[in-house]
Ligand binder design. Structure first.
Ligand code: AMP
Length: 418
């Protein structure tokens, strides 16, 4: 028996009420904030991610699904931002009014160790605002994530922010981190030791137990960021306060991807296990230039839909059932079946959801099937009905039945369904 590959999952019909609720909310909120949809391919040239996400990051070094086809070295996208920026550059979107505000909703691939809330193929809602340095855009981006969680009715989230500085001030902080860590190098595990040279900021979000006491005493980036970054961060905080948002400044919050500058943020939940980050993002003012464009600021976030849905279930968030066809057609005899085929199709033409029984089961079995399908109305066709060019309409709520002329049944159902 085949199974879905490790770390992937099927989304069965009974799961879709959750998925539809979240996806519809993402589309709705993106629209409300003025973000337009932009979808990029599932795979891109590998070098785009190496440039965009950065060598020395776990994503690029360990987690990409990379393959060769013809002369191309390709990778399944391990995040959405690099592809979105590639599209921005390729289509000359810099000529559009700024910021260019776009979003996407689709699958992401990372070869990571699967566990609850961590998959190898998962969904992200990805939102980006390109071309504007104003801290109000950082806050707008955060607000979209905030609003998704608020409208879903989530309780007890932790909203954390930090500034990771810019290429002018960060190198000095990275030096300070190296100076601080160097005497303790032998207490670090292999991954952390490599980070010390390549990507010392990442030492701050090391999960290794040995690293925790060192992290607690590490220098804070807020003591090293430049005036411009400090001002930007203070302005972001001021806007958050005006909006009455409760948040914490987490000095150790750095993001796994190289391209972040200034604002970074992450939202955490409780009760869904160790993989509790629901969404993360921030500013990436150097990314477009890194990918060959003119210096262009940008800010965005990505939200993991599987974790959002885990939390919906954990917090008993009720989702509406998805609409099912209101009408079910049953019949007795071949003539009546022909009539049922014709009538069910004409109902669908009239935008009325309809299903019909198949096979040659007894009327009782067909009625059972109608019940299971959750039909509100059953249309019954037999010899008598055919003789009178009519159909028996049964209201499943109260069991009442009446004969309706075939010529009038569509209009009648439209009225009843409303
Ligand atoms: P990242 O790009 O790593 O910051 O991820 C953004 C969001 O995507 C996270 O906050 C998670 O909600 C989600 N996410 C990241 N990695 C995974 C994964 N392996 N499985 C499921 N969701 C993930």
């Amino acid at each position: 028996m085949y199974k879905a590959p490790r770390g992937t999952h099927d989304i069965l019909p009974e799961e879709w009420p959750y998925w539809e609720r979240v996806m519809n909310l993402c589309h709705d909120l993106a629209g409300r904030y003025g973000y337009e949809r932009l979808e990029t391919p599932i795979f891109e040239e590998t070098s785009l991610f190496v440039r965009g996400v950065g060598e020395g990051t776990d994503i690029v070094d360990k987690e990409m699904y990379t393959f060769r086809k013809g002369k191309s070295d390709l990778s399944l996208r391990p995040e959405c931002t690099a592809g979105t920026m590639r599209a921005y550059l390729e289509h000359g979107m810099h000529t559009r009014p700024k910021p260019v505000k776009v979003y996407s909703l689709g699958s992401i691939f990372r070869y990571d160790r699967p566990q609850a809330g961590r998959y190898r193929q998962f969904w992200q809602f990805n939102v980006e605002a390109i071309g504007e340095i104003d801290p109000a855009v950082d806050v707008e981006i955060m607000s979209i994530a905030w609003q998704v969680f608020k409208e879903l009715g989530f309780q007890g989230l932790s909203f954390q922010i930090n500034s990771t500085g810019c290429p002018r001030c960060r190198p000095e902080y990275e030096n300070q981190l190296r100076l601080y860590y160097r005497p303790h190098e032998n207490r670090l595990d292999g991954d952390d030791r490599r980070r010390l040279d390549k990507n010392p900021l990442r030492l701050l979000d090391s999960k290794s137990p040995k690293a925790q006491p060192l992290i607690a005493g590490a220098p804070k980036i807020s003591d090293y960021i430049c005036e411009e970054c400090t001002k930007h961060f203070m302005t972001v905080r001021r806007y958050l306060e005006i909006l009455d948002r409760s948040y914490t400044v987490n000095h150790r919050l750095v993001r796994g991807l190289d391209y972040y500058t200034k604002t970074v943020f992450e939202v955490y939940a409780e009760g869904i296990g160790a993989q509790n980050a629901l969404c993360g993002g921030g500013r990436y003012d150097g990314l477009i230039e890194e990918l060959g464009g003119k210096p262009t600021p940008g800010v965005g976030f990505a939200m993991g839909l599987e974790r959002v849905i885990l939390l919906m279930k954990e917090q008993n968030i009720v989702v509406p059932d998805l609409p099912r066809p209101a009408v079910y057609l049953v019949y007795l005899g071949d003539e009546a079946k022909l009539s049922a085929v014709r009538l069910s199709e004409s109902l669908r033409d009239a935008k009325i959801g309809a299903q019909m029984a198949f096979g040659s089961r007894s009327l009782g079995a067909q009625m059972k099937a109608a019940n299971r399908a959750g039909a509100r109305f059953v249309l019954m066709l037999g010899e008598d009905e055919l003789a009178q060019e009519s159909v028996t309409l049964r209201d499943m709520a109260d069991g009442s039945q009446e004969l309706v002329l075939l010529a009038q049944v569509t209009a009648r159902l439209k009225d009843d369904i409303g």
